[in-house]
Design a binder for this molecule. Sequence first.
Ligand code: 5GP
Ligand code: MG
Ligand code: MG
Length: 183
Amino acid sequence: MDSKDVSADLAHVLYTKEEIQAKIQELAAQIDADYEGRDILVVGVLKGAVMVMADLVRALHSHVTMDWMAVSSYGSGTQSSGVVRILKDLDTDLLGKHVLIVEDIIDSGLTLSWLQANLESRGPASVEICTLLRKPEAAKVEIDVKYVGMEIPNEFVVGYGLDFDEKYRNLDFIGTLAPHVYE
Ligand code: 5GP
Ligand code: MG
Ligand code: MG
């Protein structure tokens, strides 16, 4: 392996490309069955959810429209505070729509809990959440997440949309960083 190869920055692979793709297919089949032919407005949360969104919508057989939101959590340091600011709002009117929020990972759940309440206040027919990863140990708030890909231990992961300092989002697998990257 070339020393400039991005994979040299990773300590170990948590989920391979194949494992992720298999899980996405499973989630899509479950979603198709639940929505029974109803149209779904899939809302991706930028930037982390880009990969999940792209693969999930291609695996769905339901009629789908897509929109995007970008939010930022106020707060000092790396911990999300639960105080959320909208950086980019939806272009779509949610009235009467079946909304499916797509996330890469739920850590504390504070951001998503705020987002869910915000979207619910706009008069949709329903709001559900689909996340590829969830860290159960880190949950600070109870949120009802209907579709969860994998539950992972409370460690920092990158790849498949997830970044460290905006890098590693382009990896097609998910892994942990080698200590030399952040030490
Ligand atoms: P929370 O659920 O704590 O409000 O925030 C979730 C957000 O924190 C995610 O959308 C993601 O941007 C970031 N995050 C949480 N855990 C991780 C992780 O293990 N790796 C990376 N790269 N980002 C994470
Ligand atoms: Mg995210
Ligand atoms: Mg990030």
